[in-house]
Design a protein around this ligand. Structure first.
Ligand SMILES: N=c1c2ncn([C@@H]3O[C@H](COP(=O)(O)OP(=O)(O)OP(=O)(O)O)[C@@H](O)[C@H]3O)c2ncn1[C@@H]1O[C@H](COP(=O)(O)O)[C@@H](O)[C@H]1O
Length: 87
């Protein structure tokens, strides 16, 4: 189990150390266009899960959306603090 902030710190460390086999490193290298498409794809899956699937599936899809949003932010170099200013 990890929090949103802990995941971001973990992904930032992946971006820094670039370990072999990291999906995050591959997603960052794919660029902002691919990252944005993943955000949209996962948002659609969240919508479908909310309308038609179980609470567990919804939670899983939301976790994937949050991950994809974090990859997008990391790719742009935007820290979570910049997002939190608007919450
Ligand atoms: N939370 C996540 C996470 N959520 C989603 N995903 C990725 O998103 C995929 C699921 O999304 P899709 O529905 O698009 O599935 P898919 O089409 O089969 O996946 P792709 O072939 O498109 O990658 C998963 O298979 C993962 O590749 C994640 N990948 C990594 N994390 C966490 O990020 C951290 C770093 O991971 P690595 O960079 O892989 O070491 C670890 O703590 C991981 O648990």
């Amino acid at each position: 189990m990890k929090t949103f902030d802990e995941l971001y710190a973990e992904l930032a460390e992946r971006a820094r150390s670039r370990p072999e086999g990291s999906g995050t490193v591959a997603a960052l290298d794919a660029g902002v266009h691919a990252q944005g498409k993943k955000v949209l794809e996962e948002a659609g899956e969240v919508w479908i899960a909310a309308e038609h699937e179980s609470d567990e599936r919804l939670a899983e899809e939301v976790s994937q959306l949050l991950y994809r949003v974090q990859v997008l932010l990391l790719g742009r170099g935007v820290p979570l603090e910049d997002v939190y200013r608007y919450l």
